[in-house]
Design a protein around this ligand. Structure first.
Ligand code: GBH
Length: 522
């Protein structure tokens, strides 16, 4: 429900950006169309014929076709137009442009059909006055940059993906290619989507390449003096930061003057709320935030890791050289926040012998010395991790404003999961409307009452799509996609209609007002 104390009306600042988001692997399909190379997700899901990493993706589903957006980009733009949105956040598939990861390994030139695809998408958006917000990396690393035992074609030079210190250079080369190809029309770049997620879930969890698990299969990950999960995630995160820093340097030195664009990194984090007023729990909640948001936000702002991380991790946390620190500090032009939910935090001292040889195994989650939980009062979505905690958005925005003082903030993702696979046009996804209405009310308060310089908000997602390890079982779209139809037919959910009212009115839309509008139109 929409609480009584929420504003019943409220305009957003003029020129506020309302958008929706997707990511290449989640919607494009066309996994090997027209010269595209395999990504680590193609391999991980078994699309390229490699053995599937057992049990990783729900029901063995893959993004081989997904929403077929590779062939239906015009339909997607038409949806955005119908929604009255002024911006579209999508990502570029690195192996669609560079099938083998680098220019040299890809024969010295980008894959032209891939270039054509993104040119056509960008031009179609601009023709419809929709501003592209382009993510360069949303987790689909070229398989060629990762030597792994499951790949059909192991990489030539034993690349180690994000654990490889050559990766930042390879990424900067790919990013520069994108600037030179599309930067005349794209002015908003998100270099990386959620480095936390791909560093942690990709190197100790259920996301590709799940390298730690694979090395475990080969006998490399279990115990020993260097337990991989406790080191690799921080190495991967470090390389992600260095990759962004290199890209920012290239953009500023060679493209910014001519193209006039801006760069950001989309950072995800729960809001962490102390479970009590006890000093230990308050400190634990700050620590939890430092280990998720601060891990990336502080280097990007100040060129250093949070004190709480350095204190706890010692040698497990890589260090920045003075030069790297200088490149990183202030390397974003806007703060991009993916915010969904919150957790309650209690202090939890480490198990005896934690991290010592033979002691309890280290993990990124355990490193924080926190115990987290969700309140039973927070409504559940169909995703276990995602409950509706609207005030989490306002608290997080205030925190970002106070701690990092960015010139501009965009909420680059916020959304709700349902799972009903049977509904059609007009289906009433009340849960999503309630979630979005409450969160946008908190967004409004942050902008109007707290002075946070919020410039835009992107719903996740434009479409139901391939939800990573959950396959197609979780649906985040304001648009329903019929994955059984050959055309991947799209149907507007009721939330699409609500979103249209929000975006075109540039003002809050309480669910009750929306319901009245709906029934009076019938
Ligand atoms: C976004 O991440 C992604 O950018 C997007 O691709 C995806 O479709 C969308 O979420 C919906 O899931 O056990 O606590 O580690 C959101 C951030 C980070 C939230 C990983 C879930 C895993 C649960 N996600 N997290 S946890």
């Amino acid at each position: 429900a929409y609480p009584d104390q929420y504003p019943q009306s409220g305009r957003f600042p003029a020129n506020f950006t309302w958008g929706a988001g997707t990511a290449a692997y989640q919607v494009e399909g066309g996994w090997d169309a027209d010269g595209k190379g395999a990504s680590i997700w193609d391999t991980f899901t078994g699309t390229d014929g490699a053995p599937i990493n057992p049990g990783m993706v729900d029901r063995g589903q893959t993004g081989a076709i997904a929403c077929d957006s590779y062939h239906r980009a015009k339909d997607d733009v038409a949806l955005l137009v119908r929604l009255g949105l002024s911006a579209y956040r999508f990502s570029i598939s690195w192996p669609r442009l560079l099938p083998n990861g680098t220019l040299v390994m890809s024969g010295g030139a980008p894959n032209m059909p891939g270039v054509d695809y993104y040119n056509a998408l960008i031009d179609e958006l601009l023709r419809n006055r929709i501003t592209p917000y382009v993510t360069l990396y949303h987790w689909d690393l070229p398989q060629a940059l990762l030597h792994d035992p499951y790949a059909q074609r192991p990489s030539r030079d034993n690349w180690r993906g994000w654990l490889d210190d050559r990766l930042p250079g390879a990424f900067a080369q790919y990013a520069e290619l994108c600037f030179s190809l599309f930067g005349d029309r794209v002015k908003h770049w998100i270099t990386l989507n959620e480095p936390f997620t791909f560093a942690v879930l990709g190197h100790s969890g259920p996301h590709a390449p799940s390298l730690c698990n694979w090395e475990e299969t080969l006998g490399g990950c279990s115990g020993g003096p260097r337990p991989a999960a406790g080191w690799d995630v921080y190495v991967a995160g470090h390389h992600a930061l260095l990759a962004h820093a290199l890209v920012a340097k290239v953009y500023r030195e060679k493209y910014r003057a001519a193209q006039g664009g801006e760069l950001g990194v989309a950072l995800s984090s729960y809001w962490y709320e102390p479970a009590s007023h006890m000093r230990e729990d308050v400190a634990a909640a700050e620590r939890a935030l430092a280990f998720e948001l601060g891990w990336f936000a502080q280097p990007l702002t100040h060129g250093s890791y949070p004190r709480q991380m350095r204190d706890k991790l010692g040698a497990r946390l890589p260090a920045f050289s003075a030069e790297e620190a200088a490149l990183l500090a202030g390397s974003t032009d806007f703060f991009a926040l993916n915010l969904y939910s919150a957790l309650l935090v209690r202090d939890k001292p480490p198990a005896p012998g934690y991290g010592a040889p033979g002691g309890a195994p280290v993990s990124q989650r355990a490193d924080c010395d926190c115990e987290t939980s969700a309140s039973a009062a927070w409504p559940r979505s169909n995703a276990t991790w995602l409950r509706s905690v609207p005030w989490a958005l306002r608290k997080m925005l205030r925190h970002v404003h106070a701690r990092y003082a960015p010139a501009a903030v965009y909420v680059t993702e916020n959304g709700w999961a349902d799972s009903a696979a049977s509904f059609r046009e007009g289906a009433h996804d009340e849960g999503r409307i309630s979630f979005l209405a409450n969160y946008t009310a908190e967004l409004w308060r942050a902008a109007n009452e707290d002075g946070v310089p919020v410039r835009g908000y992107f719903v996740w997602s434009l479409l139901d799509n391939f939800e990573w390890e959950h396959g197609f079982s979780l649906r985040y779209g304001v648009t329903f996609v019929d994955f059984h139809s050959a055309r991947r037919t799209r149907y507007a959910k009721t939330s699409a209609c609500w979103l249209r009212a929000l975006a075109t009115g540039n003002a809050l839309v309480p669910p009750s007002a929306f319901a009245e509008g709906l029934s009076s139109r019938r």
